[in-house]
Write a protein that binds this ligand. Structure first.
Ligand SMILES: [Zn+2]
Length: 282
């Protein structure tokens, strides 16, 4: 789940959903839209680039730096040895790529009322017919780096990863968890978005020292800060973005009449609200 107000939230799943949530999920409809497909293409290009950088037997100095930028704040180690976990990251990104390329998008008209701060959510146990559920807030942010981050975040949650033994012992087959959210820097500039989000990850270290917080998010005892970060959705999504950012294509002009009727409606409502605010301000 991606919650733009940074409240730690447990992943929605069909298994532990309360009855009210299950009835809401029944009202989910498939949604196809050129803007959504553009975001998917951008995220696939980001993952391709991240994967190709991690496939090098010896990581370049630049790649190591980009990995350290994301993870060095999570540990007291002065220089993280990226060679110790680069295979796990590579495997993770390959799984994410596969999930994203076959995923279908869904929209739920009632979810935004049910959970107003949720941007998107997935059922992490799904291994086929992968669904990414988006809400009004997601549609309102289309074309921003925030949405690329959200998509990467969501696909990192899917499970069924066949890992190497060392990592299998730590994470089993599970996807990422929501241990910690990087706060949304609210900017449309990808580079600025990444830099400010990385700065926001700085709070992770102290948060993990808070025993009550660790308990509340279900962080396993004995899992180091670094290994917690390596299984945290926002760290993984931001790393992909950091490694693949040069592949992000600027938003293209999209003919409004070609947009999905739901997208048209939400964009029109958003414009009307802006207009009303402007008029109220005059
Ligand atoms: Zn999440």
């Amino acid at each position: 789940m991606y919650d733009y107000q940074n409240k730690p939230a447990k992943e929605t799943s069909q298994i532990d959903s309360p009855a009210s949530e299950i009835s809401i999920h029944r009202r989910t409809v498939p949604i196809q839209d050129p803007g959504l497909e553009e975001e998917r293409r951008n995220c696939l290009a980001i993952l391709d680039e991240a994967i190709s950088k991690l496939q090098n037997k010896n990581l370049s100095a630049d790649t190591k730096n980009k990995i350290r930028e994301i993870f060095e704040g999570s540990t007291s180690q002065s220089k993280i040895k990226t060679s110790r976990f680069k295979d796990e990251l590579l495997l993770r990104f390959e799984y994410m790529r596969r999930r994203l390329s076959s995923a279908r998008f869904f929209y739920n008209k009632d979810y935004s009322a049910y959970s107003p701060t949720t941007t998107a959510y997935v059922h992490s146990q799904e291994t086929s017919n992968i669904a990414i559920n988006i809400t009004n807030y997601y549609i309102e942010q289309m074309g921003t780096p925030f949405n690329l981050m959200t998509l990467l975040h969501e696909v990192s949650h899917f499970s069924d990863i066949k890992r190497k033994p060392k990592w299998d012992k730590l994470y089993r087959e599970s996807g990422t968890e929501d241990y910690f959210y990087a706060s949304d820097p609210m900017t449309d500039d990808t580079q600025e978005y990444i830099q400010k989000s990385i700065a926001g990850l700085g709070k992770f270290y102290n948060k993990m020292n808070d025993i009550e917080y660790s308990k509340s998010i279900g962080r396993p005892k004995g899992l180091s800060r670094l290994k917690t970060a390596l299984n945290n959705a926002d760290h993984i999504a931001l790393l992909a973005l950091n490694l693949g950012k040069e592949k992000v294509k600027e938003a293209q002009y999209i003919d409004f009449s070609k947009r999905h009727p739901i997208v048209q409606r939400i964009i029109k409502e958003q414009q009307a609200r802006r207009e009303a605010r402007r008029n109220a301000g005059n």
